[in-house]
Design a protein around this ligand. Structure first.
Ligand code: SF4
Length: 65
């Protein structure tokens, strides 16, 4: 499973970081989320899906391999 982040859409709310702290951090430079490394490790996939569903800008996309 992969997660793609569209940084052109991200607004830096940080909901992803709060929901999936193992996958997401916000950049110190621009305040936007940082693309997590793919593929997503099995133990983090559930929180990745939750963060994707929780993103208020729909900046995240789950791609099931
Ligand atoms: S929740 Fe969505 S819009 Fe907010 S920082 Fe994360 S990816 Fe960006």
């Amino acid at each position: 499973m992969r997660i793609e982040l569209d940084r052109n859409v991200c607004q830096g709310h940080g909901v992803c970081q709060m929901t999936a702290a193992n996958l997401f951090t916000l950049s110190d430079d621009d305040g936007l989320a940082i693309q997590p490394p793919n593929p997503i490790a099995p133990q983090f996939q559930d929180e990745g899906r939750l963060a994707t569903a929780s993103c208020p800008e729909r900046a995240l996309t789950v791609i099931e391999d």
